[in-house]
Write a protein that binds this ligand. Structure first.
Ligand SMILES: [Zn+2]
Length: 277
């Protein structure tokens, strides 16, 4: 089976004791999660967004019948942190930036405007809330005998990658979008593109935050796209059929231009997309 043909919305054992829960269409609000087994129990990587996503995921994790010891959040975006409450006894690991962002109130109206497909589920999420980060990760750390945490920046100022070196698998969080247009409203496309050189050296098998599992060719396509955004225009290329280009190209291009002027601001096209124009 090809990597792109891996089954979605089921726990698929990608390597020995490493599972992926893919929602490979990867559009806004539709992300991936993972599970890594150590002798003492499980480490969860990201928790999806709303009940219709995290309930089947957490049920499948429970069916593994091992204690969930740890949850690692790759960053603070709601499509990765919405299900933290499902793993009540686990320690929650993330960067200080992610922790700070999770302390703030959820901008539920902005979520509804930006992700109308899930509008009905955000009130439920607002009621449940997310768990706070219990363990701050401010440098590279060996979390377990198998799991290494690697802080990064590019998609947000507080990204965190999860490397399982013994099976050559990297959970890249939203530093990788494969076959899906990336979103850099809170990131730095220039730094992000440079960071992807590091990503290719970490592992051969890369689980992105959005889209199907891939490797270096998919990372290089993403890197080229981001560099075009920094240059101010995206020509025809392998990204021609990526979904959500129309909405995201202007956001990514504006964000790169603002940062070049020293302005760390939300791009006007993003402000419009979340209904605040
Ligand atoms: Zn994100």
């Amino acid at each position: 089976m090809t990597r792109t043909g891996l089954p979605g919305r089921t726990l698929h054992e990608l390597a020995d004791g490493v599972w992926v829960w893919l929602q490979p269409s990867g559009e806004t609000g539709v992300s991936n999660a993972g599970v890594v087994a150590d002798d003492d129990g499980l480490t969860i990587v990201d928790t999806l967004m709303v009940r219709s996503q995290w309930e089947p995921f957490s049920e499948a994790v429970a069916a593994l019948d091992r204690p969930v010891k740890r949850v690692v959040l790759t960053h603070a975006h709601v499509d990765h942190v919405g299900g933290t409450g499902q793993f009540r006894n686990a320690a929650v690991y993330a960067t200080p930036v992610t922790s700070d962002l999770l302390e703030g109130a959820m901008p539920i109206d902005a979520y509804k405007a930006f992700m109308p497909a899930f509008a009905d589920e955000f009130d439920d999420l607002a009621e449940i809330g997310t768990r706070p980060v219990s363990h701050l990760v401010d440098g590279a750390a060996q979390l377990t005998s198998r799991v290494e945490l690697l802080p990064a920046t590019g998609h947000t100022p507080g990204d965190l990658m999860v490397l399982v070196a013994d099976v050559d698998v990297l959970f890249a969080g939203d530093l990788c979008f494969f076959g899906v247009t990336p979103l850099a409203f809170q990131g730095d496309p220039d730094t992000w593109a440079a960071m992807l050189d590091v990503v290719t050296e970490l592992a051969d098998v890369i689980v992105p935050g959005h889209g199907p599992v891939g490797g270096e060719p998919e990372v290089r396509d993403l890197q080229a796209y981001l560099r075009h955004c920094v240059a101010g225009a995206v020509p025809t290329g392998p990204w021609d059929d990526w979904p959500e280009r129309e909405q995201r190209d202007p956001i990514n291009i504006e964000r790169a231009a603002l940062l070049r002027e020293g302005r760390d601001e939300i791009p006007p096209s993003m402000v419009k997309a979340i209904g605040f124009d």
